[in-house]
Design a protein around this ligand. Sequence first.
Ligand SMILES: Nc1ncnc2c1ncn2[C@@H]1O[C@H](COP(=O)(O)OP(=O)(O)OP(=O)(O)O)[C@@H](O)[C@H]1O
Length: 597
Amino acid sequence: MSALSSETPVAGAAPLSRLWGMLRPYRWRIVGLSALISATAALSAASPQFVRIALDVVIPSGEVRTFALFGAVFAAFYIVQVVLQYAGMYLSFAFTQSVVSDIRMQAWSRLLRLPVAHFAEERSGSLTSRVVNDVNALEGMIQAGATRLAGQLFSILVVSVILASMNWRLALVNLVVMPLVAGVTRYYQGPLRRSAREIRKRVGEMNAVSTEAIGNIQVVKSFVAEISEEERFARENTAYVDQNLDRRKDVGAMEGLVTLLANWGIGAILLLGGWMVVQGTLTVGELTAFVLYQRQLQRPVISVMFFNNQLQAGMAALDRVSELLDAAPEEQGDLTEVPRGDLVFDHVTFRYPGAEIPALDGLDLRLHDGRTAALVGSSGSGKTTVTRLMTRFHDPERGRVTLGGVDLRELELRALRRVIAVVPQEPALFSGSVAENIGYADPSAARGRIEEAARLANAEEFIHSLPQGYDTPLGERGVKLSGGQKQRIAIARAILKDARILVLDEATSALDSESEAIIQDALGGLFARTSGLTSLVIAHRLSTIEAADVIHVLERGRRVESGTHAELLALGGRYATLHELQRSADPEPGMGLTAAR
Ligand SMILES: Nc1ncnc2c1ncn2[C@@H]1O[C@H](COP(=O)(O)OP(=O)(O)OP(=O)(O)O)[C@@H](O)[C@H]1O
């Protein structure tokens, strides 16, 4: 089940008020458009009069002049009508696009600000489907609802008045037909909304399944899993088709019943009106005009009723978009000045959502301001989790994390994350050039600073060997880099950020010993050059963290030892064992041992 889904009542008032909230900024544009569209509708209300005048006045007159005048007025009238129709159509389309584009931007910026935990609960394909597919599905409703609806209601009003004034007895037929039409529409409202919602969910699921497979295409291929991926997608595809067919049955039945009732209305008017012609109380021209008007009444009435279909589909999409817009963004404090001082984990317990065992279990840890600390511990001991709490991707369940004595939750997130640069275990590259990828840390950085960061990260040489150097495109459609090259780009990016706290989470694990040594040297230089740089290093090879000011050893989310390399060896505890294990193994890392400096 999706993290954002909720039991949304069918056709509740809340989505309507949400829709109104979205349209409110455009109210004057809606008024203007409605006036334009109503004027066009009013013009078409006049067209049956042409038929009446032609039948009852022009033809009986037998005069060429009357024929010519009638022809000229007729031609001019439809030119005006077409121009107004074009303007109304284009402007209402432009209006819909502005509203939808605003909603899309609101949804996207809310998605970016959701807490990290949300992204673990709802698959990314389904989340992007809310922003793209569901928002697109609002188009039909807004286009029809906010623009054409006004014109149609206006037409219904005008034509009803004309019908009543032409022959009120015949017009009474509508008092029977229209409530029946409204009853049918109301009956189908609930089922249509529910099936539309199910369809939107299916689109999200198809998106999720396909994005996941594409994102992991090499795994899919190497495990020859094309067929099982096909089957996974086929299940969603079939569910989507079935749901659509079910919905079509309801839409077809509703539209059929409405059309049937409308045609029966015409039949009743023909019979009653025909009888009046026989009695001599109505001319054939009047009856013809009345029937044409009746058709003109039915068209907007049927459109309004069919709009119910679009409305329910739009509302179902709006429910999904609203769940995203209403989801609480990351919580943050309002302190914009990040104090200097030690970063302290004070009795921190943290459990990932749904996990039984805590990843951090009463952890006490102090990273001294301006010093280099290392984290060591076996796989799963909680090292990466420490870095995630430092950047507030997650918050402690108990205890607190403070910087310079201030709880991280009191700080503005932007301010906090600006002072911390993290090089993660698996660096991510974006579509864009090498320079843009390094410059991601600071898009305003001049080329000189980007090149300097690349030099410090020992990336310069391989960048120069790329076809277009710093301008070589990377990412999905660009050049693919090796794991070690990616790490060097990520290190350059972190260096460019010029942060006060640098976190290297196994940042050199994909490098060979020689490259690692060069980067270690560069980082050593960086630490020396940047006064007061606090760093936390999680490294694969214990040899790379020996020089750290302090080494902390984690086990099962707790700190079990702390000290310098020499002190910990002398202690003869967990660190000494890990060190011995690694020393006796290959000089390259192994045995599932993970360390930090
Ligand atoms: N997103 C997550 N959701 C649920 N549990 C998680 C998540 N990330 C990590 N864990 C669990 O939390 C515990 C600590 O994981 P963490 O990644 O911090 O360990 P680590 O010491 O960095 O390990 P490694 O050296 O293998 O990277 C592990 O038991 C892990 O399974």
